[in-house]
Design a protein around this ligand. Structure first.
Ligand SMILES: Cc1ncc(COP(=O)(O)O)c(C=O)c1O
Length: 401
């Protein structure tokens, strides 16, 4: 039987498809240099150490780790996360407030499921993380995009959105944002915290990249500035490996109870086996040393991308200067659309993600996302030189009468 459209829920029909997946198909051609992906660098995965941890887990707890387990997650892993927040950010995060999830992506889904009804307003960064737009779209909210610039989210626009709409949720990635690579300044965070304080809007602080800072100094988290309003999401995907699918949600107890119910309905619990492997890995290895190696590599690659852009791009193209993470964001002159640049760039054998999917209000945007985590320095220079040529060609066509 062919499955007719009437079979699908309205819910799924409303979810935007991932344009990025389409682009990744082009990137399968090995002669194409791809800055389109959003993947951590596979060369940095600690395969041997994870193999050792896995063997140890099998040898010492084989039967236990293959059994069903509690929905909240592995006690040792939750304790590790709680201790690390204390040591690294001086944050008091009780073990009971941590729910282990299948990546932080599942945290977004569980929050949407637990909190949103149809048409509920949700503040979202503009541009914003596509995976959050997808996850929340399933619960059919009304998105309220608030612009994000080099400094962070616009506090005036946020204040207007809060007082007009009283949204239940607001979603932010304050450190090395996906897609733009920007980080909210300390002053911006304090201003946003003041706007939020005393309201009944929950701020989702999604922080998968926080540990990947290669320049500048850490800023206070919203969990520190407005703890009553904040739900914090974390992940092992960028600091260790994404394939084990381990993330977490930090939430106050009333919300935690509901999230656990939603988690049980979704999948009972996250794999106890993979949680045990990561716990063992963290016991036997120096996580700081591993993360510092990732930071050094990404920092070098980001610098190479910025230097090459300076060299090969016309001065009309502007771009962010990330202090960490995996992405940077470029802006073409207003008369140009990144989707047109994409067509030219594919022919020049380099790809990136045009900005359009990161805006909930569609139009032809002049922005693009470039990933620097997955290409070495020489490839970055070659790819940016190719892209610079494509930009030049597009400028010439736009300039023609
Ligand atoms: C901002 C942001 N949040 C969440 C995720 C999902 O990560 P995870 O692998 O932890 O599900 C990503 C992945 O790229 C991301 O960029």
């Amino acid at each position: 039987m062919t499955i007719a459209n009437r079979m699908f829920s309205d819910r799924i029909a409303d979810v935007p498809r991932s344009f990025i997946r389409e682009i990744l198909k082009v990137a399968l051609d090995t002669t194409v240099i791809s800055f389109a992906g959003g993947l951590p660098n596979r060369q940095l995965f600690p395969v041997e150490a994870l193999k050792e941890a896995t063997c140890k887990v099998f040898e010492t707890q084989g039967r236990d780790v293959l059994q069903y387990a509690g929905s909240e997650g592995h006690a040792g892993l939750r304790e590790y996360i709680s201790t690390r927040y204390k040591e690294k950010a001086n944050l008091d995060v009780p073990v009971d407030s941590i729910l282990i999830t299948n990546g932080s992506q599942q945290g977004l889904d569980l929050l949407g499921k637990t909190i949103l009804n149809d048409n509920d307003p949700v503040v979202i960064e503009e541009p914003g993380y596509l995976g959050a737009i997808q996850a929340f779209s399933l619960y059919r909210p009304r998105f309220l995009p608030v612009p994000v610039s080099q400094e962070g989210m616009d506090p005036g626009a946020l204040s207007a959105a809060l007082s007009r709409n009283r949204p239940k949720l607001m979603y932010t990635v304050p450190n090395f944002q996906n897609p733009s690579g920007i980080s909210y300044s300390e002053q911006n965070r304090r201003e946003l915290a003041r706007v939020l304080e005393g309201t009944d809007t929950l701020l989702i602080e999604d922080d998968p990249y926080g540990e990947l800072r290669f320049t500048g100094c850490a800023k206070p988290s919203f969990m520190e500035l407005v703890p009553q309003n904040t739900v914090l999401l974390g992940s092992f995907s960028k600091s260790l490996v994404p394939g084990l699918r381990l993330g977490w949600v930090v939430a106050p107890s009333e919300l935690m109870q509901k999230l656990i119910t939603a988690k049980q309905a979704a999948d009972l619990h996250t794999s106890h086996f993979t949680q045990s492997i990561v716990c063992q890995f963290l016991r036997d290895n120096d996580a700081d040393k591993h993360i510092s190696m990732i930071r050094n590599v990404y920092g070098r690659q980001c610098r190479a991308m910025l230097d090459s852009m300076q060299r090969y791009f016309p001065s009309e193209v502007t771009y962010t200067q990330p202090e960490g993470g995996m992405f940077l964001w470029a802006e073409l002159p207003r008369s140009m659309a990144a989707i047109d640049l994409f067509e030219l760039a594919v022919r020049d054998k380099v790809v990136f993600v045009p900005g359009d999917p990161f805006y909930v209000r569609g139009k032809r945007h002049n922005t693009l996302r470039l990933n620097f985590s997955c290409s070495d320095v020489d490839t970055i220079e070659l790819g940016i030189a190719r892209l610079g040529k494509s930009v030049q060609k597009l400028m010439e066509t736009v300039a023609e009468p």
